[in-house]
Design a protein around this ligand. Structure first.
Ligand code: BES
Ligand code: ZN
Length: 464
């Protein structure tokens, strides 16, 4: 592979503007745009406006599109030379709730630079990774007055709650959003200094399971032993979802799983990964999962069933003798090609109804879902991504998989017919969704340079 240099004018602009770019990112990180909480709806609107203003300042036409939830920011620049392709850059300005607040070293919405890391909720997921694109666009427009490709920036505010309003928007605006490729920076690199292109994401079916027994809480002495306890029933029902070895045991669950091709699994085995390193990263003394698969295969190529939350009975200080009337579990299923979230939800419901003991009722609510995705990693946008990452990081990217989900990726391919490049700048241990989330300051800078080269290389490869 021939090495692509970072063009000197773009590099000089980036060098001169790194500090300002970081300051602007800090301003965005100060806005607590937590999509899950209605009391932060105003903050989500403020973050949307911030991005629209940032895009307008560098020369984009912008609009803020209302949805039944949080607004979508659209920025458009269509002044590229005739025959140039159109690139859509997607990211999200919403963030996960910051709780538990007591575990943050510095407050979640007071961004702080410590030890080369930018600490804040949303630093890496996804404000830092989205904003570096806006600065890379500015690098081109400020130095050359033009961009090598037409660009659409689409920033949504509901990614962390399932992007429920996005496909309707893509459908309705498919003409305006027509593009030749999509780039998303909302994922991690395999390791520090090893740039990565993602080849797969898991999908998601998120369910809330409620088991009800007596019409109200009961004295556990007067009724316990004779009236079925919904907390116990729920625990037993949940435990039937895996077999004793750790394989998901819901009938029909694996029917649509299409195995990953051997060459993909072989490629994964070439990545330098050690179980001990992961154990150290998360602070456990052993790993566990489905038999017959390596840890990376379990994370990237196999479906899961995980309890995310459990609630029942008395959970306050001290003891209270009570037989609860209700038990509730939030359960997520990470899915792999070609599992369908709605079909999985139906199978789970059938299974739970089947195993529920007499004396309780079970209700399953579908909270959100998204399809899994697998790329074929070919074509000009992928080649441009490889060249851009090599230019910025000084080494060829590796191909990785991912256990997390970005529900819209499959929709871009299906609705807009455009291939997607997932080029992320997060790092293992970045604490996404957890206290002390951080983004590497170096990756923010190098990501900006990679993005600037990407537009250039994509323009060269895809112009007609
Ligand atoms: N950025 C993440 C997804 C991600 C994480 C991709 C790590 C690659 C590496 C995204 O913001 C996220 O957390 N998505 C949710 C989606 C869910 C709410 C449907 C997830 O995966 O839990
Ligand atoms: Zn994200």
């Amino acid at each position: 592979m021939t090495v692509t240099p970072i063009p000197a004018d773009l590099l000089a602009w980036c060098d001169a503007n790194d500090a300002r770019a970081r300051e602007e990112l800090f301003a965005l990180l100060r806005i607590p745009s937590v999509s899950a909480r209605t009391e932060h709806a105003g903050d989500c609107a403020t973050a949307a406006q911030f991005l629209a203003d940032a895009l307008a300042r560098i020369g984009f036409t912008t609009s803020i599109e209302p949805t039944p939830g949080h607004p979508i920011v659209l920025g458009e620049w269509r002044g590229a030379p005739a025959g140039a392709p159109t690139l859509l850059i997607y990211g999200h300005y919403d963030v996960q709730p910051a709780e538990p607040l007591a575990l943050w070293t510095s407050p979640p919405f007071a961004p702080t630079l410590r030890d080369g890391r930018i600490y804040a909720r949303g630093a890496v997921d996804d404000k830092g990774q989205l904003y570096l694109h806006i600065k890379a666009l500015e690098a081109h427009l400020a130095t050359r007055g033009t961009l090598p490709v037409n660009v659409i920036v689409l920033a949504e505010g509901e990614e962390e709650v399932g992007s429920e309003n996005l496909d309707a928007f893509l459908d309705r605006e498919r003409t305006r959003l027509a593009c030749d490729a999509v780039v998303i920076s909302d994922s991690t690199m395999f390791a520090p200094g090893i740039p990565s292109i993602l080849s797969s994401l898991r999908g998601m079916a998120y369910l809330e399971i409620t088991v009800r027994g007596a019409s109200g809480d009961l004295h556990s002495g007067m009724y316990g032993g004779a009236v079925v306890n919904p907390a116990m029933a729920l625990a037993r029902m949940l435990s039937t979802m895996h077999d004793a070895q750790g394989r998901i045991a819901i009938p029909g669950f694996h029917d649509d799983v299409r195995p990953f091709p051997d060459h993909v699994r072989a490629q994964m085995r070439t990545l330098p990964f050690r179980d001990e390193q992961l154990m150290h990263e998360v602070g456990v003394t052993a790993l566990g999962g489905e038999p017959g698969y390596t840890t990376l295969e379990r994370l990237w190529t196999r479906p899961t069933c995980e309890v995310n939350g459990l609630l029942s009975g008395y959970t306050g200080e001290g003891a209270k003798t009570v037989l609860p009337a209700v038990g509730m579990a939030k359960v997520s299923f990470r899915l792999v090609p070609d599992q369908d979230p709605q079909r999985i939800a139906a199978l789970v419901e059938q299974h739970l109804v089947q195993v529920a003991p007499a004396g309780v009722s079970v209700a399953v609510a579908y909270l959100h879902g998204g399809r899994p995705w697998r790329a074929d990693l070919q074509g000009p946008i992928i080649d441009a991504g490889r060249a851009a990452l090599q230019a910025a990081f000084g080494r060829e990217p590796v191909v990785t998989g991912e256990g997390g989900s970005i529900p819209v990726v499959g929709d871009f391919e299906r609705i807009l017919g455009a291939p997607v490049l997932l080029m992320g700048f997060g790092l293992p241990g970045e604490n996404a969704h957890a206290p002390d989330e951080w983004m590497s300051e170096e990756n923010f800078r190098l990501g900006m340079r990679a993005a600037a080269v990407l537009y250039e290389e994509y323009g060269k490869r895809a112009s007609r």
